[in-house]
Design a protein around this ligand. Structure first.
Ligand code: UDX
Ligand code: UDX
Length: 465
C-alpha cells in the first residue's frame, strides 16, 4: 500500500518506519523543513530504540521524506495524520494542526483516499475532518475518515508498534475497514514475524496481534479512555505508596500482592514522582473537557490529576526531610526526560522538580543520557550545570536525586557514587534501588512508599540494629 504519514514526530516517524518494515511504500511528510532535511540526510531527530536501524534500512528506498503535503497526498492511497494535538485553552485539545492538514489535503485530492487519524484526538474529530474536507471541495465519495489510535510508549515505541497488544481500527464503512485490515495484514496474518523481523520480539508479547474493529467514534474514545485508565492506575498506586509511608509499610510488597490479581495485573503500578510526557497530562485534560461538553462530568479524573501534581511536591518535601535546608545546597540530579529511554522532556516531572529546587535556591548539576539537549532549551541558564556522566554529576554533591527511571541509573556502581558524593544521601523518586542494598553500601536512602534508610548510627539509636 502507498501510505503518506503526515507529521514526523515521535508517533509519525515511528509509524512511517514500522509501516515500511511491514512492506509498505511510505512518504513521511512534515512542514518543518529542517526536520525533513535532517531525515533526508539520514539523521534521526529523536532518541528511540531501533528507529535508527529501521530508518537506515528503508530511508530513500521504502520511505521518502518530503515537506510537500500535496505531493505526498497525490502519491498515496491512505493518509495517516500524526501531527501534534497539544493542550489548548480550558483543557481542550488544540486541533488546529489537524484542521490545517485536512484543508490542505482536501485541495490535493486526485482520486479516492482513506484518511486515518493516528494522533490522539477527542471523540467526533472524524466528523469534523469529514466536514472540513467537504467544505474545502473534496467530493463526498472520494474519501473516508477512519480512526486508528496508536498505543505506543516512547522509549519502546518501535517494539510497541510491531508487537502491539491489539490494533484498533475504527471505520464506519466496509471499504475503509478493508483497507486498514490490509495495511496491518503483515502483522495480523503473522507473515511479518515469520519473515525474520528486524526488531526482536519482546518477552510476553502475543503474535499475531488481534485486530479490533469498532466505529470511528468508539476508537476515538478507546484511546482517551485507555490513557485515562493508565494514568488512574499510576495515581492510585502513588496514593497507596503515600499511605505506605504513613504507616511504615512497603509499597513493593503491596504491589506484589495487588499485581498478582489477574484482574489488576502488575504493570503500571510503579510509584514515583508522577506521570508526565506529551500524552497523559494533555489527554486527561482533553478527555475531561470533551466529556463535560458532551454532558458528562468526569470528576474522577480531577483527583487523578491532583494526586499526580501532588507527587512532585511530596518529593520536594522528602528532599527537605533528607537535607533540612535547600538554599545553597549543591544537588546532583539524575534524569530529566519524562521517563527512561527517551529524550522527550515535554511535561516531564523531573524538569518540574529541578525548577522547584532552583526556586528554593539550590544549585543543580544534572545528567541525563538523552534529554540534556532538549532540557537546556527550557531550563533557566543560571543555577544548572550539565554533567557528562552520573559520577561527574555526583562529584562533591550534598545529595543525589533520581528523577527518571533510566536502566543505566539502576546499574550504577554504588561504591563509586558513594565515593563521589560529598554526603552519601540519595533521594530516589523512581525506586530504582533496593533499600537493603543501599543500607549495605552506607547510604542514607529515601524512596517512594518504602521506609527510609538512615545511617547505621541512627539505626542503632532507633534500636533497629
Ligand atoms: C503528537 C501528539 O502530541 C499526540 O497526542 C498524537 O497522538 C500524535 O501526535 P508526537 O508525535 O509526539 O505526538 O508530536 P510531535 O513530536 O510534536 O510531532 C508532530 C510533528 O508534526 C512535528 O514534526 C511537526 O513539525 C509536524 N507538523 C505539525 C506538521 O507536519 N504539520 C502541521 O501542520 C503541524
Ligand atoms: C503513554 C501510553 O502508555 C501509550 O499507550 C500512549 O500511546 C501514549 O502515552 P508514554 O507517555 O510514551 O505512553 O509513556 P508511559 O510508559 O505510558 O509513561 C507515561 C508516564 O507515566 C511517564 O512519566 C512514566 O514515568 C510514568 N509511569 C509509568 C509511572 O510513573 N509509573 C508506571 O508504573 C508507569
Amino acid at each position: 500500500m502507498k501510505i503518506a504519514v503526515v507529521g514526523s514526530g515521535y508517533v509519525g516517524l515511528v509509524a512511517a518506519a514500522c509501516f515500511a518494515d511491514m512492506g509498505h511504500d511510505i512518504i513521511s511528510v512534515d512542514n518543518d523543513a529542517n526536520k525533513t532535511a535532517m531525515l533526508q540526510r539520514g539523521e534521526v531527530p529523536i532518541h528511540e530504540q531501533y528507529l535508527p536501524e529501521l530508518l537506515a534500512r528503508h530511508g530513500g528506498k521504502r520511505i521518502a521524506f518530503c515537506s510537500s503535503l500535496p505531493d505526498a497526498v497525490a502519491a498515496s492511497d491512505a493518509i495517516f495524520i500524526a501531527v501534534g494535538t497539544p493542550q489548548g485553552g480550558d483543557g481542550y485539545a488544540d486541533l488546529s494542526y489537524v484542521e490545517s492538514v485536512t484543508r490542505e489535503l482536501a485541495r490535493a485530492m486526485n482520486g479516492y483516499k482513506l484518511i486515518v487519524e493516528k494522533s490522539t484526538v477527542p471523540v467526533f474529530t472524524h466528523d469534523w475532518i469529514r466536514k472540513v474536507m467537504l467544505l474545502n471541495g473534496a467530493a463526498a465519495d472520494s474519501f473516508d475518515v477512519a480512526s486508528n489510535p496508536e498505543f505506543l510508549r516512547e522509549g519502546t515505541a518501535v517494539t510497541d508498534f510491531l508487537y502491539p497488544d491489539r490494533i484498533v481500527v475504527g471505520a464506519d464503512n466496509a471499504r475503509s475497514a478493508a483497507m486498514l485490515r490490509e495495511i496491518y495484514g503483515p502483522l495480523t496474518s503473522g507473515s511479518y514475524y515469520q519473515a525474520g523481523p528486524a526488531v526482536p520480539r519482546p518477552d510476553g508479547t502475543h503474535i499475531p496481534p488481534a485486530l479490533i474493529e469498532t466505529s470511528a467514534k468508539s476508537a476515538e474514545l478507546i484511546k482517551h479512555a485507555c490513557n485515562a485508565f493508565l494514568a488512574m492506575k499510576i495515581s492510585f498506586i502513588n496514593a497507596v505508596a503515600n499511605l505506605c509511608e504513613s504507616v511504615g509499610a512497603d509499597i513493593r510488597q503491596v504491589c506484589n500482592g495487588i499485581g498478582a490479581d489477574e484482574r489488576i495485573g502488575p504493570r503500571f503500578l510503579n510509584p514515583g514522582i508522577g506521570y508526565g510526557g506529551s500524552c497523559f497530562p494533555k489527554d486527561l485534560a482533553a478527555f475531561r473537557a470533551v466529556a463535560r461538553e458532551c454532558g458528562y462530568d468526569l470528576r474522577l479524573l480531577d483527583e487523578v490529576i491532583n494526586i499526580n501534581e501532588d507527587q512532585r511536591h511530596r518529593f520536594l518535601r522528602k528532599v527537605r526531610r533528607a537535607l533540612w535546608t535547600l538554599r545553597g545546597k549543591r544537588l546532583a540530579v539524575l534524569g530529566l526526560s519524562f521517563k527512561g529511554g527517551t529524550d522527550d522532556v515535554r511535561e516531564s516531572p523531573a524538569i518540574a522538580v529541578v525548577e522547584m529546587l532552583l526556586k528554593e535556591g539550590s544549585e543543580v548539576r544534572v545528567y541525563d543520557p538523552a534529554g540534556m539537549q532538549r532540557a537546556r532549551e527550557i531550563l533557566p541558564a543560571s543555577g544548572v550545570t550539565y554533567a557528562s556522566s552520573p559520577y561527574q554529576a555526583a562529584s562533591g554533591a550534598d545529595a543525589l536525586l533520581i528523577l527518571t527511571d533510566w536502566a543505566e541509573f539502576a546499574a550504577l556502581d554504588l561504591d563509586r557514587i558513594h565515593a563521589a558524593l560529598g554526603y552519601p544521601i540519595v533521594v530516589d523518586g523512581r525506586n530504582l534501588f533496593d533499600p537493603a542494598v543501599m543500607a549495605a553500601h552506607g547510604f542514607y536512602y529515601y524512596s517512594v512508599g518504602r521506609p527510609d534508610v538512615q545511617s547505621s548510627a541512627d539505626r542503632r539509636t532507633a534500636g533497629i540494629e
